[in-house]
Design a protein around this ligand. Structure first.
Ligand SMILES: Cc1cc2nc3c(=O)[nH]c(=O)nc-3n(C[C@H](O)[C@H](O)[C@H](O)COP(=O)(O)OP(=O)(O)OC[C@H]3O[C@@H](n4cnc5c(N)ncnc54)[C@H](O)[C@@H]3O)c2cc1C
Length: 494
């Protein structure tokens, strides 16, 4: 008789590890199948900044997961508060109200408790100073809904989760690629894998799929996201090729969510094709709300200051991809250069600098100089200079009368030295996937559960459409991973 696990978890990122820890906590014998080798484990989760978007009431909630918050930090910080209603509203608003309300409700209502649960399993959290709170007049003020991140970012998160898995006796197989689900009379009863070039069958009473989206699959990107997506850069892991989604569709699961949509950002133009695990966000270019973005024709094409970065960055990659040649430049002057994160200064950044705009554009590869100079002139002349610039709030310092407005942070490009950074589109993860119910059971086309099959993480469809509120991916993966582990364990024990 072959070994029978209670629960097989497919994938080795945040959603998978939450599922494994939770299933184990509920008494299940668990194996985690990670396609990547051990030194590349952790999927996109390992590439993240580790941010979790949770409901919070300010310093009390932050303290519950950051117990060593110092008195000085408390005195100098306004954490604000983020209610369940605001979270639901953000999810609805940025997804143009397509977001599945039941799934959204489950993520939001379980968010705080799930971060506390992770903290209880050894994940350390720290406040997100820097990226989500600028110091203004001596005080940090958080904006955009996210206040904590895992210590050590995504790598720290994944490391802590694997340490917990080991401590709780969870088996992990690296280099094990799941290729198919095994169906028996009662439902899903295992997984076919390829390990060391050989096929094997692993038997179980339940399976949790948590193997990410299809962002690293060039062919599927082109097929589902559309023409041009084959050349997008992949920000994270190369192992998320949609296997879990395909395996579930093959046994009758329902495709759900926005299959033509994805999370994509401004990314270093000449970055490698896939992410670099040692330098995960080095190619990020998130300072654009303080810039003007121009395309090769020298024209602006998007409202750079429409909202906080956290609510626009995930949809602006697509807009860059749609520009002629699929590139753009972020242009700053010296008044805002200090607001740019360190990745703008990292090795491998395509940057040009000059003391005049004429010299600057001469150095900006593939940009039309007369049009660029006209764009800057018109933009500078359109700014409401009576409104003060403030990076911590939507300051309303906007342009007036431009065909493409800039709604906030309209800083004139007028104080040399000027700088410009070349970007293209970097894809983060895909939005389409499987349909689950709020207990994470995978549903078939008649909305009936496929017995023994659960799913969590990026491969779940229905949460994100067109856009995404920053730091909801890890949160959703943790919430549904935790539920999936519990439900799969309960099912296995029946
Ligand atoms: C650069 C970057 C920064 C980000 N920053 C943040 C952030 O700060 N906050 C946030 O919330 N989100 C962030 N995200 C998004 C976040 O990464 C995802 O939402 C989240 O990590 C998804 O977790 P997951 O477990 O579903 O998938 P992943 O972490 O991608 O895990 C999928 C796993 O499945 C494995 N796998 C794939 N196919 C198979 C197979 N056939 N068999 C076995 N295993 C398989 C992979 O190797 C991987 O281990 C960021 C993403 C990137 C790329």
């Amino acid at each position: 008789m072959p070994d029978i696990y209670d629960v097989i978890v497919v994938g080795g990122g945040n959603a998978a590890l939450c599922a494994a820890l939770s299933a184990r906590e509920h008494g299940a014998r668990v194996v985690v199948l990670e396609r990547a080798p051990e030194d590349k484990r952790g999927g996109n989760s390992a590439y993240t900044g580790g941010g979790f978007r949770m409901v919070h009431t300010g310093v009390e909630t932050v303290r519950s997961v950051v117990p060593d918050l110092s008195e000085g930090e408390i005195a100098n910080t306004d954490f604000g508060a983020y209610s369940a209603e605001e979270y639901l509203d953000d999810l609805g608003r940025v997804t143009q109200w397509y977001c599945d309300p039941d799934l959204a409700e489950a993520v939001v209502r379980n968010s705080t408790e799930t971060v506390q649960w992770l903290h209880g399993r050894g994940v350390r959290f720290v406040p997100r100073f820097g990226r989500y709170a600028f110091k203004h007049e001596g005080r940090f003020k958080f904006f955009g809904g996210t206040v904590v991140e895992a210590a050590g970012g995504g790598r720290g998160l994944v490391q802590a989760e694997y340490t917990a898995a080991q401590k709780h006796g969870i088996e992990v197989r690296y280099g094990a690629q799941a290729i198919a689900l095994i169906r028996g009379r009662g439902g899903i009863q295992g997984v076919r894998i390829v390990a060391n070039g050989e096929e094997e069958e692993l038997r179980s009473r339940a399976v949790v799929l948590a193997s990410g989206g299809f962002e690293a699959n060039r062919e599927w990107r082109t097929r589902y996201l559309g023409p041009g997506w084959d050349i997008a850069k992949v920000r994270g892991t190369r192992y998320n090729t949609g296997d879990g989604i395909r395996m579930a569709l093959d046994v009758g699961a329902q495709a759900y969510g926005q299959w033509s949509g994805c999370h994509s950002v401004s990314w270093e133009r000449y970055a490698p094709d896939f992410g670099e695990l040692d330098r995960p966000i080095v190619a990020s270019r998130n300072g654009y709300p303080f810039s003007i973005m121009v395309n090769g024709e020298g024209k602006r094409f998007v409202d750079e200051g429409a909202d906080f970065r956290n609510y626009t960055y995930a949809k602006y990659g697509r807009i860059v991809l749609e520009q002629p040649g699929s590139y753009a430049w972020h242009v700053f002057d010296s008044q805002v250069e200090h607001l740019l994160h360190e990745e703008y200064r990292s090795k491998g950044t395509t940057k040009v600098q000059a003391d005049t705009l004429e010299e600057l554009v001469a150095r900006m590869e593939d940009v039309n100089p007369p049009e660029f100079l006209r764009t800057v002139r018109e933009y500078n002349a359109s700014i409401r200079r009576d409104v003060p610039f403030n990076p911590n709030v939507k300051d309303g310092r906007s342009t007036v009368g431009l065909a493409i407005p800039k709604s906030n942070w309209a800083n004139a490009i007028e104080k040399p030295p000027y700088s410009a950074y070349a970007v293209t589109c970097g894809i983060t993860f895909t939005f389409g996937g499987l349909k689950i119910d709020t207990t994470t059971q995978v549903l078939d086309i008649a909305d009936a559960p496929l017995p023994g099959l659960y799913a969590a993480g990026e491969l779940v469809g229905g949460l994100f459409y067109y856009n995404y509120p920053g730091s909801s991916g890890l949160m959703a993966g943790a919430v549904f991973g935790r539920i999936a582990g519990r439900e799969a364990a309960k099912y296995a024990k029946q």
